[in-house]
Design a protein around this ligand. Structure first.
Ligand SMILES: [Zn+2]
Length: 491
């Protein structure tokens, strides 16, 4: 047997132990040994090779616990404006992209006024180069977009247009600037033609390839639109990358439609759960809190209609009895508290259920609610790299102190709560290393020490923990006898 002897590494997660080992040996595609350099070198013979890891980390493959792979794949095909730093460059990029793109609408992503010294782009920037084709360019946070005059016209946005509640159309001296926000943006999105099934399928494949590039072995898809199950069925028919695990959560209000359906679409793609919402987002001030927003004393945020009416609870009980994992989106501390109350009632209805349900985001949590996660066996599903972008907003809307206490990943871990990491791609890119770097203190200048944990803990939250909640039948560990699948990285 030809053996590979890896020395001088920092191997995390060997035999389920998340402390560091310096060496490992593989042979015939399997793990043979983990431990010290000297002992690993004893495996050497004439056919073996020695690989010096030079201090590199080795870890189990990653799993992303929360993302949107079709939307993410589509976003990879759009114009990326993240590195554009002047009006001139903005216009050149837009023009070149439009020449290569045959779609009716031109869609771009990821601009920020930070790159233009604080100047917010306006419709004239786009009109100058593309007066006749509709253009929509999303700001980095996806809650704001710039439209050109043609797009505004198609959406019927003129001087007299009144945006829906919670939405904003920016105007200067009565004239629209092209900037639309929140609910007004959702309204505009309805005018953009839906991509075809084939287009979505190719986007999905692109998303999977991108994920594999970053060492991901699987993901949990939080499906917005139930019609997109067709795209996953097609993926299964083609047996595309059939070692890549995709666990799907469907919208919770559809749970009854799946009562006697086969939840396994194919070997590597299956419906494992449902997702509902307890509140909205911080940016739109709809995340629900016990204390009001800083600059808005009567505003505590909002609970969703489903939470208020009790339908979220009703559907959660049904889902749990069907053996489905429940995920509830909750950002504000009040929403998290109410989601935990729902899980208490779910447990009372079905005390024998052993499913680990989840709370998505869990950004703000009352200190006394942390232990309730453990008592109720709830996984905290968190997206570390969001902090990089959220800091300014949290400080502005909730204050410095609440920022310091936000994202309590360290407290969760100290109290033995399972934490599973993800990205919410395309909200941020798929690369797990960015989140790991951030949460282990790699961006101190930008965000300080909020949430900092050790590299071993971070790797566990990005590998074993999400794997356990998504594909419980998979043994994703670095373990003697297991397939020698691992990733090497530096931070
Ligand atoms: Zn999401």
């Amino acid at each position: 047997m030809k053996k590979e002897i890896y020395i001088n590494g920092r191997i995390i997660g060997a035999e389920g132990d998340f402390s560091q080992k310096e060496a490992m040996v593989t042979g015939d595609g399997k793990f043979l040994f983990f431990g010290k350099n000297e002992e690993a070198e004893k495996f050497a013979d004439e056919s073996s090779s020695i690989i010096n890891l030079n201090g590199k980390f080795v870890a189990p493959k990653f799993y992303d616990a929360h993302l949107h792979l079709i939307e993410g794949g589509l976003s990879l095909e759009r114009l990326d404006l993240s590195n554009v730093r002047s009006k001139k460059e903005f216009q050149e990029k837009l023009y070149c992209f439009s020449k290569k793109n045959e779609d009716d609408w031109i869609i771009g992503m990821n601009w920020t006024e930070k790159n233009f010294r604080g100047e917010v782009p306006e419709k004239s920037w786009v009109d100058k180069v593309l007066p006749d084709r509709p253009v929509i360019l999303y700001r980095m946070d996806l809650h704001t977009a710039l439209l050109n005059s043609r797009a505004l016209e198609i959406a019927g946005i003129d001087e007299n247009f009144r945006p829906p509640d919670d939405g904003k159309i920016e105007r200067i001296e009565g004239e629209t600037t092209g900037i639309v926000k929140d609910a007004a943006l959702f309204y505009v999105n309805k005018f953009i033609p839906e991509p075809s099934l084939n287009r979505k399928l190719s986007a999905l494949k692109k998303g999977i390839e991108e994920a594999e590039k970053f060492g991901l072995a699987g993901v949990q898809e939080m499906l917005f639109d139930i019609r997109n199950l067709e795209v996953y069925k097609k993926l299964c028919e083609e047996r595309f990358r059939d070692n890549f695990h995709i666990s799907i959560s469907i919208p919770i209000e559809k749970v009854n439609d799946f009562a006697d359906k086969d939840l396994r679409l194919c070997n590597n793609v299956k419906i494992v759960g449902v997702k509902g919402f307890a509140d909205g987002s911080l940016g739109a001030k709809t995340a629900w809190f016990f204390k009001p927003y800083k600059d808005d004393s009567g505003n505590f945020g909002l609970q969703t209609g489903a939470l208020k009416s009790g339908s979220l609870l009703k559907n959660a009980i049904i889902a749990d009895k069907m053996g489905l994992q429940i995920s509830i989106h909750a950002i504000g501390d009040r929403a998290v508290n109410e989601a935990l109350n729902i899980y208490e009632k779910v447990r009372d209805e079905n005390p024998d259920s052993s499913i680990a349900h989840r709370i998505e985001h869990a950004q703000h949590v009352l200190p006394e609610d942390i232990k309730r996660f453990r008592e109720l066996n709830i996984t905290a599903s968190m997206q570390p790299y969001h902090l990089y972008y959220d800091k300014t907003q949290i400080v502005k809307l909730r204050g410095e102190e609440e920022f310091e206490n936000s994202f309590p990943v360290k407290k969760f871990i100290e109290q033995n709560v399972t934490v599973a990491f993800g990205t919410d791609f395309p909200v941020v890119g798929l690369n797990p290393l960015k989140g790991i770097k951030l949460i282990t203190g790699g961006y101190k200048e930008e965000i300080g020490n909020v949430g900092s944990i050790t590299i071993e803990e971070a790797v566990k939250c990005y590998s074993e923990n999400p794997a356990k909640t998504m594909v419980p039948d998979i043994d994703a560990k670095l373990k003697i006898g297991n397939k020698a699948e691992f990733i090497e990285f530096v931070l």
